[in-house]
Design a protein around this ligand. Structure first.
Ligand SMILES: [Zn+2]
Length: 313
C-alpha cells in the first residue's frame, strides 16, 4: 500500500514479543492464511524487497502453495519478469507470479485477483516484515484460489501475485501493460492489500463509488460478512488522502479502464514500520477478513457477466 497520508516511518526500536498461535479456532475458508502470513513475514524473508534473495524466498513459498492448491500457469510458467529503473539509474528485475483457474464456461469474461508480495526490505538494520502489508493480501488471494478450486468458477479466474508495488505499482503495471489475456476480456480486478489489522473489526471495500453497478453486490456481501465490511475510501469526499483509488495495484487496472474493487484496512500504528510483523496481527480479525474476501470474490465472480454488461466491456 502506498498511503499518501503517511511518510516512510523512521525505524522503531520497540521489539514486539513473538507470539506463536495455537490451532486456529475460527473454521472457515483460508484456515491456512495465518500460516501464510507467519511464513511470508518471517525474518528470513528479509522484508521481501524486489530483486533480493528475500523476495526469491517468498516466491518459492508462494509457488509451493500454488502447487499445493493445484494451480496451473497460463503459459509454460508462473513467473513473469519485468524490469524498471530505480531513481539512481540502477536496473531492477521484478517477478510476478500468475496462475489461472479455468472457468466452467469457455471464452467469456475473466476475473483478475491481485495482491502484491513485495515490501520494504531491510533499512538501517531493521527488517520491515510487512505482515499486514501485504503478506495478508497474498494469504487472502491464496484462500480465494483454494475456494475456487473447491467450487469451480463459471469464468476464468487469474491470480496475479505481483511484485514491486511499494514505490510505484510496478508489477501490476507490467501485468496490465502486457496482460496474459486480451485486456478487453478482463471484466474486473479485485485487489487485496492489507487485510490483517484493525481494532474495530472493520474492513473497507472501495470501488462502489466509481463503479456504481458494483454497489448491490458489495452491499449484499457486507450483509453476510464476518467483519464489518464498509464501503468507501473511493472518493475525495473526506480529503484526497482518504481516497485510495490510486494507492495500490488496482490503480494499474483503473488506468487501463478496467473496473476494480479494492479490499483493505485503514492505517494503523504499524503501517510501514518494522513492527508490522506476525506478532501484531489480530488473528481472529484476520481470519474473518479472509473469509469475507473469499465470499465477496465468489459473489463478484458469479455476477461477472452483469458487471461486464453494466460497464460496457
Ligand atoms: Zn505498503
Amino acid at each position: 500500500m502506498i498511503r499518501l497520508s503517511r511518510a516512510i516511518a523512521l525505524p522503531n526500536l520497540v521489539l514486539a514479543a513473538a507470539v506463536f498461535a495455537a490451532a486456529p479456532a475460527f473454521a472457515g475458508p483460508g484456515d491456512k492464511a495465518l500460516d501464510d502470513v507467519r511464513i511470508l513475514s518471517a525474518d528470513d524473508m528479509q522484508g521481501r524487497l524486489v530483486d533480493t534473495p528475500g523476495s526469491e524466498k517468498a516466491r518459492a513459498y508462494i509457488l509451493s502453495r500454488f502447487a499445493e492448491i493445484g494451480l496451473a500457469p497460463l503459459g509454460d510458467k508462473f513467473e513473469q519478469t519485468f524490469t524498471f529503473q530505480k531513481r539512481d539509474g540502477a536496473t531492477v528485475q521484478g517477478t510476478n507470479l500468475v496462475a489461472r483457474i479455468k472457468g466452467a464456461e469457455d471464452g467469456g469474461k475473466v476475473l483478475v485477483i491481485s495482491a502484491h508480495y513485495d515490501h520494504l526490505g531491510v533499512r538501517d538494520g531493521q527488517i520491515y516484515n510487512g505482515a499486514d502489508d501485504n503478506a495478508s493480501g497474498v494469504a487472502g488471494l491464496l484462500a480465494v484460489a483454494e475456494a475456487f478450486k473447491a467450487k469451480p468458477p463459471k469464468h476464468d479466474v487469474i491470480l496475479a501475485v505481483v511484485d514491486a508495488e511499494e514505490g510505484g505499482l510496478r508489477g501490476a503495471r507490467a501485468f496490465a501493460a502486457n496482460p496474459p489475456v486480451p485486456l478487453s476480456t478482463i471484466a474486473l480486478n479485485v485487489n487485496f492489500d492489507m487485510l490483517a489489522k484493525n481494532s474495530k473489526n472493520e474492513l473497507y471495500v472501495a470501488g462502489a463509488a466509481p463503479f456504481p453497478y458494483l454497489k448491490p453486490i458489495l452491499v449484499k456481501a457486507a450483509s453476510t460478512a464476518k467483519v464489518t465490511l464498509k464501503l468507501g475510501h473511493d472518493t475525495d469526499e473526506a480529503g484526497k488522502e482518504n481516497n485510495w483509488t490510486t494507492q495500490s495495484d488496482h490503480y494499474a487496472f483503473g488506468e487501463k479502464g478496467v473496473p476494480w474493487v479494492y479490499f483493505g484496512v485503514e492505517d494503523h500504528p504499524e503501517y510501514h514500520k518494522p513492527t508490522d510483523d506476525f506478532a501484531t496481527v489480530p488473528q481472529d480479525f484476520f481470519k474473518r477478513s479472509v473469509a469475507t474476501v473469499v465470499q465477496a470474490a465468489q459473489a463478484l465472480e458469479r455476477d461477472l457477466d452483469d458487471v461486464a454488461k453494466a460497464s460496457g466491456r
